[in-house]
Design a protein around this ligand. Structure first.
Ligand SMILES: Nc1ncnc2c1ncn2[C@@H]1O[C@H](COP(=O)(O)OP(=O)(O)O)[C@@H](O)[C@H]1O
Ligand SMILES: N[C@@H](CCOP(=O)(O)O)C(=O)O
Length: 310
């Protein structure tokens, strides 16, 4: 039986950005980054109001097609809960279309906010973390960003075929604890890059030798991220997607080469254009200054513990 949320309930979801792939773990590895959008949802008697502040305020729709709103509605639907009306306020800082998982964060934030409302009504109806991974991954079809924003830390994610005809793909993830010596620096270029566009640059088939190369590096990445940061350079090598997308990401490709020449394990964050550097020492001042002089934002980030609702 569907239960109805009373008007006047409020929750805020604080949802982290994420980085996907980490070099060799294409569509598999991810990490939650301590850089947060906030979504405040209040139940009302009727109607929908949406306000967006900050990143994307002028570009995203302020109505029912807004990704956060669709995620809230999906979360309520799966929990079997109905709201007469909703007031949604999004305070965005995660840059859009830069390879920092903004669309996955929006889906996770909306679902988590819905789950917070559901929990206020009846904790027994609350969705599990596994359900949040499934539902948020369904929005984009890729669990590497979404599961990182749900679970926090680094993640290994995977998918399996639908369990019923016409059912959704099944998504799963396991969390890894990132070694405390690893520092994360994101170099964010000003230009945007659409994930859908750069996915279209990838070949349908790859040589067996390249697949084998990436299997070894992705397995090594799990070791390097959790226990052996000294292996990060080898563990972040890739042959499956970075070179193939390079012509769309010239600034990114040049900065990755520069950082790697300095012994810093740098990769494309998600589908780019952000560069993700994983280091055990501070980024050299000279490189930081040079990146900033070229117009890149340089962000020193913590690993996040995943979405929080209060
Ligand atoms: N907070 C948000 N609210 C609504 N829509 C969003 C939000 N964040 C991202 N999006 C949508 O997702 C698009 C970016 O997705 P994508 O190209 O996959 O890049 P990203 O790497 O940032 O996820 C935006 O152009 C916008 O349409
Ligand atoms: N595995 C995906 C990750 C896309 O991440 P995004 O943050 O760029 O949306 C891919 O490489 O396409």
């Amino acid at each position: 039986m569907t239960q109805t949320l009373p008007a006047g309930l409020t929750v805020t979801a604080r949802v982290p950005a994420s980085t996907a792939n980490l070099g060799p773990g294409f569509d598999t590895l991810g990490m939650a980054l301590g850089f947060y959008d906030e979504i405040t949802v209040t139940t009302t008697a009727a109607g929908l109001t949406v306000r967006v502040e900050g990143e994307g305020a002028e570009d995203v729709p302020w109505g029912p097609s807004h990704l956060v709103v669709r995620a809230i509605e999906r979360g309520l639907e799966v929990a079997g809960v109905w709201a007469g009306g909703l007031d949604v306020v999004c305070r965005n800082v995660i840059p859009h279309s830069r390879g920092l998982g903004s669309s996955a964060s929006a889906a996770v934030g909306g679902l988590a906010a819905a789950n917070g409302l559901v929990s206020l009504l009846d904790p027994a109806l609350a969705l599990t973390a596994a359900q949040l991974v499934q539902l948020s991954s369904e929005f984009e079809g890729h669990p590497d960003n979404a599961s990182a924003s749900v679970l926090g830390g680094a993640v290994v994610s995977w998918s399996e075929a639908p369990t019923v005809a016409d059912g959704p793909q099944q998504y799963f993830a396991a969390r890894l604890e990132v070694h405390p010596d690893i520092r994360i620096v994101a170099l964010v270029p000003s230009e945007h890059s659409s994930t859908a566009h750069t996915r279209g640059m990838l070949p349908e088939q790859v040589p067996h030798a390249d697949a084998a190369f990436n299997v070894s590096r992705a397995a090594l990445a799990v070791v390097a991220l959790t226990e052996r940061p000294d292996l990060l350079m080898s563990a972040t090598e890739d042959r499956l997607h970075q070179r193939q997308r390079a012509t769309a990401l010239p600034v990114t490709t040049r900065w990755i080469a520069t950082l790697r020449e300095h012994g810093i394990a740098a990769v494309v964050s998600g589908a780019g254009p952000t560069v993700l550097a994983l280091t055990t020492a501070a980024l050299p001042d000279e490189l930081r200054r040079r990146a900033e002089a070229e117009g890149l934002r340089v962000l020193d980030l913590e690993v996040s513990d995943g979405v929080q609702v209060h």
